[in-house]
Design a protein around this ligand. Sequence first.
Ligand SMILES: [Zn+2]
Length: 206
Amino acid sequence: MHEELRKFGKKLVESGLVSSHFGNISIRVGRKMLISRSGAMLDELDETNVVEVDLEKPSSLDIIASSEANVHRAIYKNTSALAIIHTHSPFAVVMSLICDARGERRIIPVDTEGSYFLHEIPLVHGGAGTEELAKNLAAALKEHKAAIAVGHGAFCIGKILEEAFVVASMVEHSCKVRYFYDAFPIPDDTTDNLYSCGICKRSLPR
Ligand SMILES: [Zn+2]
């Protein structure tokens, strides 16, 4: 169990999805979860900076667990997730702020893998580690593999850490593509140089 946490903690840092001591990672084991400790560097995880806490209720160890342990607990209790990865990846954060400012409740990927596997990425509100955020994320992740806390970061779930890692990578890729796509508006005309995209319905150059 610790070996998997170590492996994917390292991959998260190497891929730029988290940096410094931000972000966190956990797996569910029966009625408990193993979660990175508060302030842990995710590329340095070992037995000393992973904490086992109860899923049913807050425990005395919560104080040394990630400050977002209550969010992970709510997700495990309300969804089928067995692994959770939380990133502060930059394009997910910036696209959540842009879409939220436009009054949008979700990010719609325009890239093929994001469209196919994620469909949409819900945006949720609530301060870091608050019960409001825990409740909103647990609700969003019942029907989705990922959701983004606006201006904060992505919460990605899976049956195993590898699946949650793939989802976290897709979220960042989709947000990056969407960011650059939106940055270059395409003229809305019907010349022969344009075709209608089957995914996003916008006119794109041939
Ligand atoms: Zn966070």
